[in-house]
Design a binder for this molecule. Structure first.
Ligand code: TPP
Ligand code: SF4
Ligand code: MG
Length: 321
């Protein structure tokens, strides 16, 4: 032992009083002032997310908000939690690594229709099929907002943009169908003008043990005004929510949707525009990748009789000599 270490005082007996932690509030969760255009639907998504975190009261240091690139992907800047943003379309593999590496974290990923379904489409499919435990919020405005109006994978046929000046000619993807088909275990859809519904969907997604996705129709007032008016009653549209089964034995219950029924979820996804809103699918049976990896690790630890990481590494190197 060095002489410096030998003169250090002995540690005091453990009588540390825990510091009281203030409950999470909008104030403690607010970071920078959002830079979105006035009237952008994304403001309502942010306000709803604060409410979701206020309700959940997770330990502040266990929350991660992550994103790719786009107007919507600026989200983590405005939330005072751990987090960051990554290359366009690559938020999910990065966030999956965070979730798998630290299973006690609550990982939320935000992004746009372009980020999620276009450049990041491949990552979305694989994160879904692996059932990585995290919540993905897709802020769908049916356009590339940040780059000032290009056709996105959810733009409808005929929509005029800088990349389709005479109107989009390609069939848009159907987000609900895509997510169901990819194997996401919680799939919901909501609208940024319906704050209570949006909070409920995000709350349920956050509580789901697996890969949960909420698509939020969030209007880009700058480049696609009125895109989702067909679902806004005060604009003459129709707001139709999914009635879920109550299992109360009543005849009307037979007509209600069972979110565990994948085929029924596909049928809902095929309804004509603007479709329905709510939980399309919820599968609580499939194991998460987090759980499967933990099982693998536990088996490996059993085989190696609980040896520590360093001892295992040294043994491996010894074998290579
Ligand atoms: C590899 C790569 N390609 C293209 C871009 C340019 N780019 C940045 S954001 C974006 C689209 C954003 O659209 P969306 O994800 O729908 O988000 P929004 O801005 O509409 O919220 C594009 C094409 C980029 N940053 N990186
Ligand atoms: S360009 Fe559109 S999506 Fe981007 S901040 Fe402005 S209104 Fe919102
Ligand atoms: Mg977009």
């Amino acid at each position: 032992m060095s002489s410096a270490a030998s003169v250090l005082p002995a540690p005091a007996p453990s009588s540390v009083t825990p510091v009281p932690v203030a409950p999470l509030s909008k104030k403690s969760l607010t970071a920078d002032h959002p830079t979105w255009c006035p009237g952008c639907g994304d403001f309502a998504v942010l306000a709803s997310f604060y409410r979701v975190l206020e309700k959940l009261q997770y330990p502040h240091e266990k929350i991660v908000t992550f994103a790719g690139i786009g107007c919507s992907s600026r989200f983590p800047y405005f939330v005072n939690t751990h987090g960051g943003h990554f290359i366009h379309g690559r938020s999910l593999p990065f966030a999956a690594g965070i979730s798998l590496g630290s299973d006690d974290l609550h990982v939320f990923v935000f992004g746009g229709d372009g980020d999620g379904f276009s450049i990041g489409g491949n990552h979305l499919v694989h994160t879904a099929r692996k059932n990585v435990r995290l919540t993905y919020v897709i802020m769908d405005n049916s356009v590339y907002g940040l780059t000032k109006k290009q056709t996105s994978p959810t733009s409808p046929v005929g929509f005029k943009t800088k990349t389709d000046p005479t109107g989009a000619i390609d069939q848009p993807i159907n987000p609900m169908r895509t997510l169901l088909n990819s194997g996401a275990t919680f799939v919901a859809r909501t609208h940024a003008t319906q704050v209570n519904h949006m909070v409920e969907m995000m709350l349920r997604a956050a509580k789901h043990d697996g890969f949960s996705v909420v698509e939020i129709l969030s209007e880009c007032v700058e480049f696609y005004e009125g895109a989702f008016d067909a679902a806004v009653p005060r604009k003459g549209g129709k707001w139709a929510t999914i009635e879920e089964k109550k299992n109360d034995g009543t005849p009307e219950d037979a007509l209600r949707h069972d979110p565990r029924d994948e085929v029924a979820a596909f049928k809902l996804a095929l309804q004509p525009w603007p479709g329905v809103f709510g939980v399309f699918y919820e599968n609580n049976e499939r194991k998460t990748k987090n759980a499967l990896e933990a099982e693998l690790s536990a088996k490996a630890r059993e085989r190696t009789k609980g040896a520590g990481d360093l001892a295992l590494l040294q043994a491996t190197f010894a074998k290579l000599r």
